[in-house]
Design a protein around this ligand. Structure first.
Ligand code: FS2
Ligand code: SF4
Length: 554
């Protein structure tokens, strides 16, 4: 195996024996084959649309693309057999697209990737094939490391964009123009030609598409569950039987809440599901009693101690410990071999298991709370207050500290940063990286001189659009650009959703982003130079030194 798609990659080079995430070489190789299949399907999808295929005719190819790509993200699917199923389905989709192109008199794409036929291969043969389309093999074939770095940037960013688009699809939102763009991105990657300019444009195109997807996801969430509003969330236990829900898919949480009504079972959120409590359509359920635990990387301890079943809706799942494996359930694109997989939104087995588990023996008193729900719809009405506070010196600077969390020790940077910033700074946050500081006793409950809470939790990484709207609207109100705002961005990077958001920010022209705890291994020094020259992107450094620079607007 050779995987370097995320930040936690081994020695900051690549995972080559087994993934730091726990991914086996077999699953990793199978995912390489699946991504090659995605490229082949994308070439035919482009040809089909050029031949006049309608949005309706592209439905299956669109849906398969989103699910297949999502299954290859970090910490999503460790089940080799499920990846093999996606490959087989992809071959059927490709055959159907081929027939469509020919029936419509279109032009068939050329080349080995377009001619890919894996339909008769068994698992061993697919794995053997996987070694021929691994990252090092494709890089060698291209013969230009900088161009290949751009291929990887676009591919991993497109993976994140597909994941966000899969969340949209779950809520019934699919945009044919966006899907056309996604297939074009993968078709460009399929060419594997060392076209520096075209590949740079392809990477920025991913950022643009992802911006549209994030906007669509924001609309879909608000239309389905109501506009999020500031809400206190209990983070201590309530006596009773319980189910824990982790991941990002709010619709799964809603389905579970409906199915647990009147069943005497409380529901808790975990990890990226915390912001669910801010949505009127979810918080109306009295048995959604609170949040349990912290970010995904602590699940091996936290799930083990939870006295009921656990459902993981999307990333990030880890290979489970024996202690809770029989209480763990996956759903949607998530998968781990030997873990029960929920189909057709039927949670009856989970609910039955919750009723037979111990549950929490007592209610913790006094209870503790966090506040969530500072979506852009809740923050923009405060914009006047923020601008006044900035102008009269009550807010010295605004910080966006967010992104993905992870287990590495150097991610304490984000805790120290939040704790060490001057008390008159406003901190916006989103994504699971917020767990680095929202529980901090030093910061909990802090307010600014104008009475505003000092930390505003804007939601999941899926809610990055909120940060974009707030920054853009503040810039409009102050008649300047986002880069001229008294705003510093410090982003914690781990997986491909973060890569997509970063490309969106770059494509918008946002500069001076600090990225940490280290830069991705797939960025070559020359490509990094381009990013530094054009966007002044920086690695996170020493906390005190960074604070000094950021307070000076650097
Ligand atoms: Fe966190 Fe994991 Fe949100 Fe990322 S729960 S690192 O994939 O998507 O954020
Ligand atoms: Fe390693 Fe990340 Fe790939 Fe997992 S997803 S194998 S941790 S680079």
């Amino acid at each position: 195996m050779f995987c370097r798609q995320c930040e936690q990659t081994q020695d900051h080079i690549a995972c080559r024996t087994v993934g730091i995430c726990g991914k086996s070489p077999e699953t990793s190789t199978m995912q390489d084959v699946l991504m090659h299949t995605v490229k082949s399907v994308s070439l035919w999808a482009v040809a089909a649309r050029e031949a006049g295929a309608s949005a309706d005719e592209m439905k299956e190819a669109n849906s398969w693309t989103l699910s297949s790509v999502f299954s290859t993200l970090t910490n999503v699917n460790f089940d080799e057999s499920r990846i093999a199923e996606y490959i087989k389905e992809g071959m059927t989709i490709k055959r159907d697209l081929e027939q469509m192109v020919r029936a419509k008199g279109g032009v068939a794409p050329d080349g080995d990737v377009a001619r890919l036929d894996l339909s008769k291969m068994d698992t061993d043969e697919l794995e053997d094939f996987g070694y021929t389309v691994s990252i090092p093999e494709l890089q060698k074939a291209m013969g230009n490391d900088d161009c290949f770095s751009l291929v990887e940037i676009a591919s991993y960013g497109a993976k994140g964009a597909c994941a966000y688009a899969a969340h949209c699809r779950q809520l019934g939102y699919v945009d044919e123009d966006v899907m056309t763009g996604i297939h074009h991105v993968f078709a460009k990657v399929a060419s594997n030609e060392p076209d520096m300019e075209g590949l740079l444009a392809n990477a920025l195109r991913v950022g643009e598409l992802n911006g549209k997807i994030l906007e669509m996801l924001d609309t879909a969430h608000a239309a389905t569950f109501g506009a999020p509003e500031p809400t206190q969330v209990k983070v201590t236990a309530t006596k009773g039987k319980c189910i824990l829900v982790s991941g990002h898919d709010l619709l799964d949480l809603e389905t579970l809440l409906k199915q647990t009504e009147g069943k005497g079972v409380n529901v808790y959120t975990h990890g990226e599901m915390l912001p669910a409590h801010g949505y009127p359509g979810l918080k109306k359920y009295p048995h959604l009693v609170g949040n349990y635990g912290t970010a995904w990387q602590n699940q091996k301890f936290e799930f083990a101690l939870f006295p009921g079943p656990v459902v993981v809706t999307t990333n990030c799942i880890l290979e489970p410990r024996r202690k809770y494996k029989d209480r763990l359930y996956s759903i949607n694109e998530v998968g781990v071999a030997g873990v029960k997989h929920i189909k057709d939104g039927d949670f009856s087995e989970v609910i039955e298991q919750a009723q037979s588990c111990k549950g929490f023996p007592r209610t913790i008193d006094p209870a503790e709370y966090l506040t969530v729900g500072f979506n852009h719809r809740a923050v923009l009405p405060l914009a006047g207050k923020v601008i006044d506070a900035v102008q009269n010196g009550h807010i010295s600077r605004i910080f966006l500290i967010g992104g993905c969390d992870g287990s590495q020790f150097d991610r304490n940077y984000f805790t120290e940063l939040a704790e060490e910033l001057p008390d008159d700074t406003l901190i916006l946050t989103l994504g699971c990286a917020k767990n680095r500081f929202i529980h901090s006793k030093k910061l909990l409950g802090q307010t600014l001189a104008n009475g505003m809470p000092r930390i505003l939790d804007m939601g999941q990484c899926n809610d990055s659009y909120s940060a974009i709207v707030v920054a853009t609207e503040l810039a409009k109100a102050l008649d300047c650009t986002v880069n001229d705002l008294p705003l510093s961005l410090c982003l914690s990077h781990l997986e491909q959703k973060a890569a997509a958001v970063l490309l969106t920010l770059l494509q918008m022209g946002v500069k001076n982003i600090r990225l940490g705890p280290s830069l991705p291994a797939y960025i070559t020094p020359n490509v990094l130079d381009v990013l530094v020259q054009n966007y002044n992107i920086m690695p996170t450094g020493d906390v005190q030194g960074d604070i000094k620079m950021m307070m000076e607007g650097k």
